[in-house]
Structures are given as C-alpha cells and as structure tokens.
Design a protein around this ligand. Structure first.
Ligand code: HEM
Ligand SMILES: *[C@@H]1O[C@H](CO)[C@@H](O)[C@H](O)[C@H]1NC(C)=O
Ligand SMILES: *[C@@H]1O[C@H](CO)[C@@H](O)[C@H](O)[C@H]1NC(C)=O
Length: 418
C-alpha cells in the first residue's frame, strides 16, 4: 500500500475530467501486470547490480562544464565529449545482467559513458550534472527535466534516486514497504507516452514501451532523409500519431506528450556535433540511438547508445525557453489533437491549461510558453485513460526546493504548498 505522505503523486479517477472516467474497453490488465511485478519493465525482469558505483565525476584535468553536486556549471560548450584521454568517460556497453537502460537515448548514452551511474540507478544530482557536462543543457532545463523524472515517474523523493528504465524499487526507495513500487522511467503515461519516435506504444507493444525498435527507427530515417531537423521530425511525429491513433485502441496523447516534442528537438539541438558543422545527420543520430544498419537496409540495436567519435557539444546552453519554443513550433508543423481513445474508433479531446479542445493554443513567444513544462510538475494532469495525476504536498515542496526561484522569476505560479 502506498503511503501518500512520501509518495510523489496520487493517481485517481476524476470527475473533473469526464474524458478519463473509467470506460468500458480500457485494457488495464497490462498495467496490473507491471504493478504486480511481472511482465516487461517489472521488478522481476529488471537487471540487478549488487555493487552499485556512482557516476565518474568530472575532474580538474577533465572539467567539461564543471557541473558538480547538482549546482550550476560554466554554461559554455563547444568542447569534445568524452575528452581525449579521459578514459573514465569512454564508452562501455551495458551489461544486460546488471545495467538498466530505458526509453531515453540521451540518458542511456550518458550512462554508457559513466556520466550517470553505469547500472542506471541514478540520482537527481547526477542527472543535473550530466545534462550540463555532456549536452550543455542549461541549468533551468536540466533541473526541470530531473524534477519531472523524479516526481512524475515515481522516483524517490527522499533518496532522490531514479531508475532510468525498469522498476528497481529495492534500490531506489528509502523504504519499499512505505513507498510502494517506483516504476522508473519505463512507467507508462507519466513521462513515457504513446507515439514515441523509436519505442512502441505500451498497449500495442505488449507492455514493451522502452526498447529500441528498428522498424520505427527506419520509419524515422526515411521520413527525415538524412536531415533530422524540426520540419522533418514534425512530420514524422504526425505520422507516428496517426499510426498510434489507428492501431492503438487505448491510445492516449495528453499533456505529458508535450515532452515528446521537446525530446524530438534534442535530435537537432543537443545531438549534433561541431566537428560535423552541427548537422543533425544520420551518422550522428544513429550513434546516439545505438542503431546499426544491416546490408538489407534494416536497422537493429547494436552495442548501445554511444556518443559519436570526435563529438563536440553545442556552444550556447539549451534552456527552458529554447525548448518550449521548439515544442510549440514543431507542434505547429503538423498540429494534432490532444486526447485519447477509450476503445476502438473512439477519440475524445481534452482541455488542460493552454490545451483547449485538444489543441495547443499558445504563442511562439517564449514568455507565453515558459511555464508549459513547469505546469506538468505542479498541477493535476489528466494522465492515462482512467486517471489523473495529482502531485502530493511532498512533490510540490520538492519542486519548490529545486526550481525556485528560477521559475518564479519567469512568472510561473508557485506550487500551492508555500
Ligand atoms: C533528467 C533528464 C531526462 C529525463 C528524465 C528523460 C526521460 C525521458 C523519457 C521518460 C523518455 C521517453 C518518452 C517517450 O518516448 O515516451 C525520453 C525520450 C527521449 N529522450 Fe530523454 N530524458 C532526459 C534528458 C534527455 C537528454 C539530455 C536528451 C538528449 C540527448 C534526451 C533525449 C531523448 C530522446 C531523443 C527521446 C525520444 C526517444 C524516442 O522517442 O524514441 N533526453 N526521455
Ligand atoms: C516494431 O514496430 C513495428 C511498427 O510499429 C511493429 O509492427 C513491430 O511489432 C515492433 N517490433 C517489436 C519487436 O516490438
Ligand atoms: C577523429 O579525429 C581523428 C584525429 O583528428 C581522426 O583521425 C579520425 O578519423 C576522426 N574520426 C572520425 C570518425 O571522424
């Protein structure tokens, strides 16, 4: 039984969102299997490392952005990662018995290079440091993403630990009896959502929503034709949306799906290399996704997500206002309705803040959109089909402790606890 006092969110059915009321035709058995500890992403199938080692820290010799202990670093990129000679951060493939990997290629690559703990049990500080040191993510966005990772996927707010993939409650939780299960980043319809670039939908994928799917990577490579830019990814995101809406009777595309446009922007904003003129090309993207092309043209998963050779990161930091601008602009390339299906051939639009009648309705002016992602961490959000996630008092004070005053200065409303 979950103790609400230390849980990060409450999941409940909600009359306030009639759309997500319990409907006949919603297949919740897959969730129940994951919660009961069996099936893909569950505790029983999750790798276990008895000798956890934290991330390799940055040093005086190899300082990167000098981001340590969750504090702000130099905010100046353009340097090579890993630095030549810094063997502590060279690529080491994951060991399937001990190392957890999940739906996020950016974090998987960081773990394969020891910027996060190699076994995939990471901490809030490691997440904030690694995003700055590897990708030159700005401090505000690095914190916001780490907060979202911990709160909406049920990381542990006491230990500040998070699994970047499957359920590793015995290692993340300060007290499994009190916290209940902490599903990690694989947990569905929190941070992880339908219509991913290269991952199956939870329901149509038989519960596997986190492994690399080479067929989907091939669709993306075809749609982008060597240029993974905003325009091409915007169109590919629409293609995936239409595929999911047609195939997935429990399709859900809610407010958390805004994050998917942000993640897609990382392909052309965070992954390109200065040594390749910052082009979001197939060489670079396939390395970050761990994708290997076969002679017949198909794609398979190789040794793991790898930072390409001779890679130098972006020069200016990538901030919250940058990513929200990209989310809105990419959405406008091919606008689709936010909402979900409650069975075959049904679809209902939703309302949530700037999403009205299923349509995202904000200007591309950063001032209007700066609170878009912050709202996901601080408000009641309609989540998977029969529920709403409500941040607990503890989650809200965690948000406040990590994100004030950065987001207050932008004019975002304070969490209600203060
Ligand atoms: C604390 C920071 C982060 C967290 C908690 C996080 C978490 C996630 C999660 C849960 C997903 C799955 C969403 C879905 O497709 O359903 C995802 C996708 C993704 N993330 Fe991250 N992420 C973080 C930072 C980054 C960074 C720094 C990069 C940059 C390289 C990155 C790149 C991506 C990409 C490209 C995807 C889309 C994968 C796909 O759809 O196939 N992420 N992330
Ligand atoms: C990969 O994606 C394709 C297209 O959605 C799907 O048909 C196939 O079953 C998926 N493969 C696996 C192993 O899940
Ligand atoms: C990386 O740089 C080294 C030294 O300049 C060069 O020999 C090597 O070919 C480069 N590798 C790639 C993949 O660009």
């Amino acid at each position: 039984m979950k103790n609400a006092a230390i849980s990060s969110l409450l999941v409940s059915g909600a009359a306030a969102f009639p759309f997500v009321a319990m409907q006949p035709g919603v297949d919740s058995s897959l969730f129940k299997r994951q919660q009961a500890g069996v099936g893909p992403g569950s505790a029983a199938t999750c790798p276990f490392n008895p000798n956890h080692k934290p991330a390799a820290p940055v040093t005086e010799e190899y300082p990167y952005n000098n981001a340590k202990d969750g504090k702000v670093g130099n905010r100046k990129g353009g340097y090579q990662v890993p630095a030549p000679g810094d063997t502590a951060h060279y690529f080491v493939p994951p060991n399937p018995d001990t190392d957890i990997r999940g739906p996020c290629p950016g974090l998987n690559a960081a773990a394969n290079h020891n910027f996060l703990a190699h076994d995939g049990i990471t901490t809030f500080s490691e997440l904030v440091d690694a995003q700055q040191n590897v990708y030159n993510v700005d401090y505000d966005l690095a914190n916001l993403l780490a907060v979202l990772g911990l709160t909406i996927t049920d990381g542990d707010l006491v230990t500040e630990k998070l699994s970047i993939g499957c359920d590793a409650t015995s290692r993340t939780s300060f007290s499994p009896a009190l916290t209940g299960s902490e599903p990690g980043l694989d947990g569905h319809n929190k941070f992880e959502a339908d219509t991913s670039l290269t991952r199956n939908d939870f329901f149509t994928g038989g519960g596997d929503n986190y492994n690399f799917n080479g067929t989907l990577f091939g669709y993306m490579a075809d749609a982008c034709d060597g240029n993974f830019n905003r325009e091409n990814l915007g169109k590919y995101r629409e293609q995936r949306y239409l595929q999911s809406r047609a195939e997935n009777p429990n399709f859900y595309f809610g407010p958390f799906s805004l994050l998917l446009f942000g993640a897609a922007s990382f392909l052309y904003e965070l992954m390109p290399s200065g040594t390749r003129n910052y082009a979001p090309d197939l060489y670079t993207i396939s390395s970050f996704f761990g994708a290997v092309q076969q002679d017949d043209g198909s794609w398979t998963f190789g040794e793991g997500e790898k930072i390409p050779d001779n890679w130098t990161n972006r020069v200016e930091p990538y901030s919250n206002s940058d990513v929200t601008r990209e989310i809105v602009t990419m959405y406008l390339v091919a606008p689709v309705l936010f909402g979900g299906s409650t069975g075959p051939n049904t679809f209902n639009a939703i309302d949530f803040e700037s999403i009205q009648d299923g349509t995202l309705n904000v200007g591309v002016n950063p001032a209007d959109t700066s609170c878009l992602l912050y709202q996901l961490a601080t408000e009641r959000v309609p989540s998977y089909l029969n529920s709403v996630v409500t941040p607990t008092v503890e989650a809200l004070s965690f948000v406040a402790s990590k994100l004030d005053p950065m987001f207050e200065n932008l004019g975002c409303p304070r969490p209600l606890t203060k």
